[in-house]
Design a binder for this molecule. Structure first.
Ligand SMILES: [Zn+2]
Length: 253
């Protein structure tokens, strides 16, 4: 049996499509050799090829690049219990049957509503089952690497998210900067109406019904089938964190 692996992650890197500062400090092989050799009064000449092992130190948000938001990110409580941190997310949720829902017709700044999700499912003739991993394809990843990535994408509504959690979905993901609409749209609507239901409605739904979502996915158009493939998306095991980096991969037979 042969498998095709499709990388659904973007790079962790300094990028105009990111808001949080990103620090990356690399110690090269030669420099590292000099440094390590001080421990035994040696020099880089003590190492094969005069090279030691390279190293990196990074300073980054847990939401840098393609990442996985745990229930703890959404609030302290979920379904009336203390919300799970990223290291507490069951591994069973992070590997399963994937389904891509195409909502590329929805404009930047607009909400992806429940009927949009239902219609996307109808178009591909798929019925969701518990623990499917639902990938929302907006096409906004085409702006990755530019400042437009921060502002030009649609976001999931509370009802659309509720519809998915109601089907037993525990992990969903989106190929844009965030699961909710862009900050400027949410804040604009809040200021205009005074109604705080406009602020992060999908994220806050996670306080009512426990679920996780991935943000900044990419390459969903490269998955050759809308369903009938696996998704593996195990987040890095950071103790007590609300989110972590994830290498999300679609596996097609
Ligand atoms: Zn996030």
């Amino acid at each position: 049996m042969t498998y095709q692996f499709i990388d659904l992650s973007v790079h962790m890197e300094e990028n105009p499509g990111e808001l949080a500062p990103y620090g990356f400090e690399q110690t090269g092989h030669k420099e590292g050799a000099d440094r390590f050799a001080r421990q035994f009064d040696g020099s880089r000449k003590d190492f094969p090829g005069e090279e030691f092992l390279n190293m990196e130190m990074i300073t980054a948000s847990t939401h840098t690049g393609t990442h996985f938001d745990a229930p703890l990110h959404f609030g302290s409580m979920s379904e009336g219990k203390p919300a799970a941190s990223i290291d507490q997310v069951p591994l069973e949720w992070c590997y399963g049957d994937g389904v891509v829902l195409d909502v590329t017709h929805i404009q930047a700044g607009e909400a992806i509503e429940q009927p949009d999700i239902e219609q996307a499912l109808e178009r591909i003739g798929y019925k969701l089952k518990p623990l499917d991993i639902v990938l929302i394809r907006t096409g906004a990843d085409r702006h990755w690497g530019t400042p437009r990535y921060l502002t030009d994408y649609p976001g999931m509504s509370r009802e659309a998210t509720q519809y998915l959690t109601g089907q037993g979905i525990k992990v969903m993901g989106i190929d844009s900067y965030g699961f909710d609409r862009p900050f400027k749209n949410m804040i604009g609507d809040y200021k205009r109406t005074g109604d705080n239901a406009y602020l992060f409605p999908a994220h806050f739904w996670g306080r009512e019904q426990t679920y996780c979502h991935m943000e900044r996915l990419a390459n969903l158009e490269q998955i050759p089938v809308p369903y009938g493939f696996k998704v593996a998306c195990f987040p890095v095991k950071i103790r007590a964190a609300g989110a972590a980096w994830v290498r999300a991969v679609a596996i097609v037979e």
